[in-house]
Structure formats: C-alpha cells, structure tokens
Design a binder for this molecule. Structure first.
Ligand code: AHR
Length: 532
C-alpha cells in the first residue's frame, strides 16, 4: 500500500512524528484525529540512485525534431543544432540520464543512417510514429553531444527487433573503441577521436510487442547474443563506471518476460550477463482505446488517473518479488525505463505524435511515482519518464522558438535534493480521499537525508478539494523547515506558451513552535521541505 515504507521498523530512540488532519469523506470521523508519520533516523535506508530521475527521448513526433534538434542554421538559439533553452532547462533539474533513440523506434533504428556528413544521411519513414520522414539529421554524434551538453549519462537501446547482433556490436565498437580499428577511425573522421562513454545499454525494447512480437523464450535467446557481443571497449569504463546491460522485462501485468529473463540469468554461463531488467508501466486513466483527455477534465478523470497511477506500486513489488526469487542478493537492478501518464492526443494534432497537455494532475502523478521508486531504491536503480519533450507526460513543451516548462518539470525541479540521498524509513497513516466509488490514500510522503546530513521531506496532498495540515514533532527542534510547494487553481491547470507560470512552485515554510513543526498543504499539492 502506498505510504507504507518497505522498511517499516520498530520505533527507535530517534523518531519524528508527523500528524495529519484529514477531514474528507470517509475520513470525516477522524477529521480532528492526527495521522502520524514515523521516521526512523537511526536506520538508514538505501541510496536513492539519481538515475531514478532519468529522461527518455524517442524519435517520435516533435520529441527530437523541433524539441531538441533545430539544426545549425536555425534562428532558434542553439549549440551545434541543439536548442539552448531545452539544454538549460534539463541542466537545471540535473537530468541524470537520457534514454534514446526509443521506444518502438529503437527496434527500427539503424545507426549507420545517422552518421557522417549531413548530405549523406539516409531518409526513411518513421513507421512506428505517423509514417513521417525520419531525416536522420539527429544521429549518434548529435545525441552524444546533446547528452554531454545536458551533463547526462547515455542510455542507448540497440535494435533487437529488426537489426542484427553484428549491427549492435559494430555500433558499440564505433562508439567505444580506443584502439585504431576501422570503426574507431571512422568515428574520429566524423569528429570524435575520443571513445564515448555509454553507461546503459538497453537490449531491445518491448520485444513482446513492437520490438518483434517475440515469445519470452525467443527473446532470451536473442538477448544473450546481444549481451555477449555488444562489447563496451572503452578502457575507462571499469568498476562502477562499467556499462550496464538492461534486458526487456515486465509489460504492465505480463510476468513472462521477467520470469524467463531472470531464470536464464540464474543459469547463465560465463559468456553473457545483464545488470538490469526493465519494467514499462503507463498510467491510463480509462482504457487504451479511449484514454481520456489530457486537459479540460474534472475530478472524475483526476480520481481515475490517480487510482491508475498507484498500480505502479504493485507492479514494482511484483517484479521485485520475481527478481528476488532468482537474485536474492539484488545484483540485477530494476529499470522502470518507461512510465508516465498516457492520455488522448491533443485534438487536431497528429495522433501518431502522442502530444498531450500537462497539468497539475501530471504533477501529482509524477510525485507519487517518484516516491514509489524512492521507496524501492534497493531494487529500482533507474527510471525514465515518457517522455522528455513534447511527447506524453513531457517535462518541456516547445512550439517553434517558444518553450514552456510543465508542472511535471517543476516536480523534477523540487525533487533534485533527493538525487543520491539516503532513504529514511518512514511509515504514514495517509487518510482517505474519496470520489464516487474510488477511495485513495489522501497523502503520501518520503524522507531522505542528503550528503550533508540534512533531512528532506516530500509531501503530497492528493485530495483536490481539502487542505492538509501536517505536524512534525521533533523534540528539541529550534531550526527551520523551508522549501517550495507546487499547487494550482484546479487539477487541470496547466502552463501555456502565453501563460507559462500558471503552475509553478512558491516558497513554503513550516511553523516551528515547542519542538513541533506545522505545515499547511494546499489541496492538490506537492511540497518538498528541508528540515534543519
Ligand atoms: O513512449 C511511447 C511508446 O510506448 C514507446 O515507443 C514504446 O516503448 C511504448 O509502448
């Protein structure tokens, strides 16, 4: 259940108690009864890998072309064709890694189409996403340049569906060889003599579906070849910097892939290995056929979407349980490398472009999912929201020269202090928010200590109507509790190019009195607070 830490431990000498007053529907009886969070400061939890806050950029709609790549001749400010405003925005939230080139597109991508002089790039149709021309102007070197400008690690997905093992092996040699092989010399001739660093390598994508409709057994036989022959030859990538290979796993409810991959891993021979298994889990408010609008909705669509997004807790728990059976020492990490709210496309847009608005509902969804990943930090090492710019639950929307930051972006901004922090075990009696026949936890919280020892709290008021008063009892406390809070006039409030600041964080502070801190959270809000 969300809000109950996997490390619910007995109270130790040093505890914090947080009281929540929950005056809604079913919880009305308990309107004046405090709901306690208990934090165990004496038993540090796992490190929250900063890569949980990763991004995903696919050749899909305007996710790359227009959103990232404008070309070197563009009047839009750019560095070597990559738009400066987007890079600056991603640097500000310390985007730790970027997954590329897909998604479904990855299993149709041939890396040689996108290297060398611009006039020699191969134009193809993007059959996965709208059958538009894929000019391959943004290829390997452009992506590596983009990741470097952002300061992010690289997460490449190789083509298992329609490519070959040799093609993937050659791409890795091209990227990482430091010896003067023919491929390394070709890379140097294309402008990059130094070997690149590839931190993560996805071995296919959704190969149960768009990646070739393979049975789990068939995929595993393919995957083993890719895991063995896709060699990272960069001598600098050893020890903790070694490339991590990620096999395809869970499909929102279908356990076959994870089970089969992990079984194979347990019985593996010396010649292959993996370091991660993926999970893809989208929030679909209604059904795949009619998902529901991304804006212009009411409380019913809000409640349905929050209910849908909380399935992530069960998905992560279930996949962890499968992995634990084969890998009790947790050597193989869980990569939630596609997640987010998937709504109906914006009316009038190309349906193959997956464009949607991003609202305060998306912000609450982002916070709840990030909190789930942080609570599972002992297994979840990487997560990638789908997607970074202009696609699905985007951080950033662009329109020609204009750019707007979404409510989801602001949650990532608030959550920067949790990158590489240490999870603090926490338990929470969250109260209930009810709409119609949907009852949900009203609140959510995560605590963590940063490298300097400061305590950070993430606090979510899921209830769209009722404020939440939160009291933190900290005996002897005389310090401060300050941070920022994100809220908006309604659940579908959003930022537009003409009104970019409708949803943005404001300063937020707790009141400190007699060893107690009191926070007043607005309805539908996300707050991050530093407790001194
Ligand atoms: O993110 C959009 C698509 O969703 C990806 O290409 C695919 O992997 C998933 O089905």
């Amino acid at each position: 259940m969300i809000g109950i830490s996997m490390t619910l431990r007995p109270l130790l000498a040093t505890t914090l108690a947080i009281a929540l007053i929950a005056p809604t529907a079913q919880a009305q009886v308990a309107a004046t009864s405090p709901i306690a969070i208990t934090i165990d400061l004496d038993t540090p939890g796992p490190t929250i890998n900063r890569n949980i806050f990763g991004q995903f950029a696919e050749h899909l709609g305007t996710g790359i072309y227009g959103g990232v790549w404008v070309g070197t001749d563009s009047p839009i400010p750019n560095v070597r064709g990559i738009r400066t405003d987007v890079v600056q925005a991603l640097r500000a939230i310390k985007a730790p890694n970027i997954r590329w080139p897909g998604g479904c597109f990855a299993d149709e991508y041939h890396w040689r189409d996108g290297i060398g002089p611009a006039e020699n790039r191969v134009a193809r149709l993007n059959a996965s996403w709208g059958n538009v021309i894929e000019p391959n102007s943004f290829g390997t070197h452009e992506f590596m340049d983009f990741a470097d400008q952002v300061g992010a690690e690289v997460f490449l997905s190789v083509n298992v569906g329609s490519g070959t093992v040799q093609e993937a092996a050659d791409w890795l040699e091209y990227l990482t060889a430091d010896q003067p092989t023919t491929l390394a010399q070709e890379r140097a001739a294309n402008g990059h003599p130094e070997p690149y660093k590839i931190k993560y390598l996805g071995l296919g994508n959704e190969n149960w579906g768009c990646g070739g409709a393979m049975s789990a057994d068939h995929y595993v036989e393919e995957m083993k070849q890719y895991a063995h022959y896709s060699r990272n030859l960069n001598p600098a990538q050893t020890g903790p910097d070694a490339m991590q290979r990620v096999a395809v796993g869970w499909d929102s409810g279908n356990e076959d892939y994870t089970e089969t991959v992990m079984q194979a891993w347990k019985d593996k021979v010396w010649s292959w290995d993996i370091e991660g298994v993926s999970l893809h889990g989208y929030t679909i408010p209604n059904s795949w056929e009619a998902k529901g609008p991304s804006v212009g909705f009411g409380e019913d669509e809000y409640a349905k979407a929050i209910k849908a997004t909380l399935k992530m807790e069960g998905w992560v728990t279930a996949q962890t349980a499968i992995m634990d059976r084969y890998d009790p020492d947790r050597k193989v990490a869980l990569y939630v490398d596609e997640w987010g709210l998937w709504a109906d496309p914006t009316p009038g847009s190309n349906p193959g472009f997956l464009q949607q608005q991003n609202t305060m509902r998306d912000a609450v969804i982002a916070a709840l999912n990030l909190n789930i990943f942080m609570r599972h930090a002992d297994r979840v090492q990487v997560a990638n929201i789908a997607q970074m710019v202009n696609v699905l639950q985007a951080m950033i929307l662009t329109d020609g020269p204009r750019m707007v930051l979404t409510p989801t972006y602001h949650v990532y901004d608030l959550y920067v202090p949790f990158q590489d922090a240490t999870l603090v075990p926490l338990s929470l009696g969250e109260g209930v928010y009810t709409f119609g026949d949907i009852s949900l936890p009203r609140s959510d919280a995560v605590a963590a200590r940063d490298k300097d020892g400061a305590l950070w709290l993430s606090l979510v008021n899921v209830d769209p109507n009722t404020p939440l008063t939160l009291t933190l009892r900290l005996p002897g406390a005389t310090g401060t509790a300050q941070g920022r809070l994100l809220t908006a006039p309604s659940v579908d409030s959003h930022n537009t190019f003409d009104s970019p600041d409708t949803v943005k964080p404001v300063a937020f502070a707790g009141r400190v009195s007699n060893g107690q801190m009191t926070f007043d959270l607005s309805p539908r809000s996300v707050a991050v607070v530093k407790v001194q």
